[in-house]
Design a protein around this ligand. Structure first.
Ligand code: ADP
Ligand code: MG
Length: 229
């Protein structure tokens, strides 16, 4: 009964989100269309051209993030489950987030472990880590550090992602994972919601500890797949 209620509740959220997502995606598309029309003008300066192209790419990227976050929430079940080696997957994610961090004067430190295998869908797992790390980076105006620590404990893989950012109050931590909760002017409030649903689909746990003015630590625990013969 309880699980049926939860399913109904989720269906409601999913359909409400579909409506507002089409709205949110239409904005960047309209803006990009406008810039492309402006670019048809052969007489505009190179500076202007570059400006229009950069803004269009930003807008399209935003639309892409909104859509992929929404789809992951609507369909978190894992279809293409593979064996993932965590050191390798985190290395891959580092390649994606490092330019974003460098641009904002932030360094990422990674402490790896011996090979650890878990089961999951590669792309969704990447999206989950990227969403957490990006939030950490965005919580550090000026500069700061993100520390990622991978280790094993009691048959579980543990990934700690810690930032030296602005932190959150207990109330803010409680609201994490609920749709549209965002304190950012251009935030979507979908990132952590996706994180929670992916970790749940991987039969893992997630814990958040945060202190205002000090920083935040996300701890993800995942069941290890034993690969020894
Ligand atoms: P968005 O990043 O689009 O705002 P998220 O779901 O990713 O949406 O995050 C929701 C909110 O949670 C953020 O707006 C921010 O207020 C808070 N938050 C998440 N991660 C952190 C963090 N590492 N440090 C401080 N605040 C955070
Ligand atoms: Mg986010």
């Amino acid at each position: 009964m309880l699980s049926e209620l939860k399913e109904l509740e989720k269906l409601k959220v999913v359909s409400e989100m579909a409506a507002s997502i089409s709205h949110e995606v239409r904005n960047p598309l309209t803006v990009t269309k406008g810039f492309l029309q402006l670019l048809q003008d052969k007489t505009i300066s190179d500076d202007k051209k570059e400006f229009y192209i950069r803004l269009s790419l930003n807008e399209l990227e935003r639309a892409e993030v909104i859509i992929s976050d929404y789809l992951t929430f609507a369909k978190p079940s894992l279809e293409n489950v593979e064996l993932l080696e965590l050191n390798e997957e985190i290395d891959y994610v580092m390649k994606i987030v490092t330019p974003y961090a460098t641009m904002r004067n932030i360094t990422i430190h990674l402490f790896k472990a011996e090979a650890i295998f878990v089961a999951g869908e590669r792309q969704k797992f990447h999206q989950c880590l990227i969403n957490i790390i990006k939030n950490g980076i965005e919580a550090m105006p000026g500069s700061g550090q993100v520390t990622i620590n991978l280790h094993q404990s009691n048959e579980q893989a543990v990934i700690d992602i810690q930032d030296t950012g602005i932190g959150m109050s207990n109330d803010q931590v409680r609201r994490l994972g609920t749709p549209y909760y965002s304190t950012k002017t251009t935030g979507t409030g979908l990132g952590t919601m996706v994180v929670y649903s992916i970790i749940k689909a991987m039969r893992g746990e997630i814990k958040v500890e945060s202190q205002q003015g000090i920083g935040t630590r996300f701890t993800i625990k995942l069941p290890i797949v034993d690969c020894k013969m």
